[in-house]
Design a binder for this molecule. Structure first.
Ligand SMILES: Nc1nc2c(ncn2[C@@H]2O[C@H](COP(=O)(O)OP(=O)(O)OP(=O)(O)O)[C@@H](O)[C@H]2O)c(=O)[nH]1
Ligand SMILES: [Zn+2]
Length: 191
């Protein structure tokens, strides 16, 4: 499903009016257009299902990469920076860092692709926990390995700039799949 820029523009204009402002004043006249363009960018991942994202990267591998490998060694990419938006308030999640670990099962994927998967699923209306489960699901599909773990730390502006107003509070979430769940020794790699 494609993001509807024309509808976003119209609604942002209505929102500006609802806020009591004048959408035709100099500073705001291009705002609906800018917000629509921003949403195309920051919500890009809403155009695709997890399966479609996995397929997208699968195709890239076929074209560019042939990393087929017998390796069963653990791969960990740490400190992937992302931004996302909470689905409760449409508020920014910021200072987010994602760690992704997996145990290859015949297929080692390009490291940048792991960061691209994290980026794409964060570009949705999200929960921090679901960003982790989405990344794990897509990594499992792309690599054919059950053994995937994702940890995420993040700050939620809906908790820092409004409501409870706890500016320094960070949220840590962990998603464990396959052997990462059953073998606590493997969780060492996520620290
Ligand atoms: N589990 C989870 N909760 C989140 C996330 N982002 C925001 N929340 C929480 O979602 C809840 C929404 O609560 P509601 O009571 O429906 O909304 P609210 O009245 O605005 O809540 P307050 O933020 O407590 O003022 C809040 O507790 C938020 O802190 C997230 O990524 N994961
Ligand atoms: Zn929120």
């Amino acid at each position: 499903m494609a993001i509807d820029s024309a509808a976003i523009k119209e609604h942002i204009r209505g929102l500006l009016i609802a806020l009591g402002d004048d959408p035709d004043r100099e500073g705001l006249k291009d705002t609906p257009e800018r917000v629509a363009a921003m949403y195309q960018e920051v919500f890009e991942g809403m155009n695709y299902s997890n399966h479609e994202i996995a397929e997208m990267f699968d195709k890239t591998f076929e074209d560019e990469l042939d990393f087929d490998d017998d390796s069963k060694d653990i791969v960990v990419v740490k400190d992937i920076e992302i931004f996302s938006y909470c689905e409760h308030h449409m508020a920014l999640m910021f200072d987010m860092k994602v760690n992704v670990a997996y145990i290859p099962n015949g297929r080692v994927i390009g490291l940048s692709k792991i960061a691209r998967v994290a980026d794409m699923v964060s570009k949705r209306l999200q929960l921090q926990e679901r960003i982790g489960t989405d990344i794990a699901e897509i990594m499992q599909e792309i690599t054919g390995s059950e053994d995937v773990a994702v940890t995420i730390e993040g700050s939620h502006s809906c908790m820092s700039a409004r409501g409870i107003k706890k500016a320094g509070a960070k949220t840590y979430s962990t998603t464990l799949r396959g052997r990462f769940k059953t073998d606590p020794n493997l969780q060492f790699y996520l620290r």
